[in-house]
Design a protein around this ligand. Structure first.
Ligand SMILES: Cc1cc2nc3c(=O)[nH]c(=O)nc-3n(C[C@H](O)[C@H](O)[C@H](O)COP(=O)(O)OP(=O)(O)OC[C@H]3O[C@@H](n4cnc5c(N)ncnc54)[C@H](O)[C@@H]3O)c2cc1C
Length: 434
């Protein structure tokens, strides 16, 4: 194949790492003889690593400072970036169809088609509200940086109201539905933000004026993690003041709160973080196979089961495990899948056999903001599963993001970026305040 066209849709935890790897290996000016034309398509101009969204939501991370420009990154890593949103795939023509781009209701770019020889879908997931009445209208989701920023805006407004004589209120009520990693981390981060905001003149904003309810349908928090970790996190959250309600199902959301069977829980802010699904438009797209949550079912080489030229990675991929479960939707899965698909596409272009994907669970870490980090590390090095806490856990947690940065920029640049972040922590406010 003469200069094959590789199109990657979605520049998140998986897609951006893949584009960077392929660009460095096969892109124009990369020095490779086996060149390819690599195009990354994303609906946004910039990338922010999704596991940081709860920090964006509370203002502890400023998107303006931490985001990465796709265009600048593409130029440095020998691939092309196109702004666009995937709407359909024409498998016969080997084309992806991108939606028109509009600005202020005016069409800037008409709908267009991009041709591919290899297509990789890496468009991530969205929150699954299981059609619970009122949730789509009244709850906030943390699926994108825009949603996280909107939450931060509502949070600051709610704090202002709390101190306004016109709306005298004793407490700010926040309900978080879903006690997985997102819900648990957000709850802790909110207490941290409250303490910081106090320092910046949000008068009389003591932590005891926060009323956070964390609601989980299952019998315990962090259902995907070992029980010991869940217990440690539960204890820490309770100490902070979070009301943890397990075995509690939300039946509806209203303008003023949540309905739990017959009980109404008042809340000014409601966050829905109870499960994920692949975006609805992936269901039956181009006749590809889906599972129950719209993910595209892939084989062990991560090719979709009905089209070997289309791969899927990360949260939008349904990759079966030997025990009849699916590879969990996590950043480490997306990272591992990106590495394998890069190798497989390079092998296929060179006419060599592709390798199988084997999910490796390296453990799970939960950050309870500055109040602590708990988690488990898995692997040969620690002889199975080992629970870790405190500083070591914090370091391991930070290393997840650092590994993502290394995959994107290499070690030297990652160290420089970390240094800049440290300096920013000294010279800038500790919280985004607007
Ligand atoms: C608050 C939060 C905390 C989390 N914490 C952790 C954690 O601690 N550890 C962990 O392992 N995992 C964590 N996760 C899960 C982790 O973020 C995801 O599993 C991971 O980001 C999935 O990577 P991905 O590449 O599949 O998708 P994403 O990283 O979500 O990237 C998808 C990309 O596709 C783009 N896109 C979407 N639709 C389209 C379209 N139609 N056309 C073009 N582009 C499109 C998006 O703009 C985005 O850039 C967390 C998630 C959240 C929300």
């Amino acid at each position: 194949m003469n200069c094959p066209r590789i199109v990657i849709i979605g520049g998140g935890a998986g897609g951006l790492e893949l584009a960077s790897r392929l660009g460095n290996k096969l892109g124009r000016n990369s020095g490779s003889n086996n060149r390819a034309h690599i195009t990354l398509v994303d609906k946004n101009h910039t990338h922010i690593w999704k596991p940081l969204l709860h920090e964006v939501a509370t203002g502890t991370l400023d998107v303006e400072i931490d985001q990465l420009s796709y265009r600048a990154h593409a130029a440095a890593h020998h691939f092309e970036f196109q702004l666009g949103s995937l709407t359909d795939i024409n498998r016969d023509q080997q084309q992806v169809i991108l939606a028109p781009i509009e600005d202020d209701g005016e069409e800037v770019l008409a709908s267009r088609a991009l041709e591919y020889d290899y297509l990789v879908l890496a468009i991530g997931s969205v929150s699954n509200h299981f059609n619970t009445p009122g949730v789509a209208e009244h709850c906030i989701f943390l699926d994108s940086p825009e949603q996280a920023q909107r939450f931060q805006h509502y949070l600051l407004m709610a704090y202002l109201k709390l101190n306004s004589p016109a709306h005298p209120k004793d407490k700010l009520n926040i309900a978080i539905v879903g006690a997985g990693a997102t819900g648990v981390e957000l709850a802790a981060e909110l207490y941290h933000a409250a303490a910081e905001l106090n320092l910046y003149g949000y008068a009389d904003l003591r932590q005891n004026r926060l009323n956070i309810q964390l609601i989980e349908a299952g019998p315990r928090i962090l259902p995907a993690l070992p029980e010991r970790i869940a217990l440690a996190a539960h204890k820490e959250l309770t100490k902070l003041g979070v009301t943890v309600r397990t075995s509690t199902k939300v039946t509806a959301a209203t303008k003023t709160g949540l309905l739990l069977d017959e009980q109404h829980v008042e809340a000014e802010l409601m966050v829905w973080a109870a499960g994920i699904k692949a975006p609805d438009f992936l269901k039956d797209i181009a006749g590809l196979e889906n599972n129950r949550i719209n993910q595209l079912v892939v084989n062990q080489q991560l090719q979709t089961t009905r089209d070997a030229k289309i791969y899927a990675i990360g949260d939008c991929a349904g990759c079966p495990l030997p025990d009849n479960k699916w590879v969990p939707p996590r950043a480490q899965s997306a990272h591992q899948m990106a590495s394998l698909v890069a190798k497989n596409i390079i092998a296929d272009i060179a006419g060599k056999p592709q390798k199988d994907y084997h999910y490796k669970d390296h453990g799970s870490l939960i950050s309870l903001s500055r109040f602590g980090t708990v988690g488990s590390l898995m692997g040969n090095l620690v002889g199975g599963a080992m629970m870790i806490e405190g500083r070591i856990a914090r370091l391991a947690y930070m290393s997840l993001y650092r590994m993502h940065q290394v995959a994107l920029h290499g070690w030297l640049r990652m160290i420089l970026i970390s240094l800049v972040a440290r300096i920013n922590r000294i010279v800038r406010p500790k919280l985004k305040l607007h």
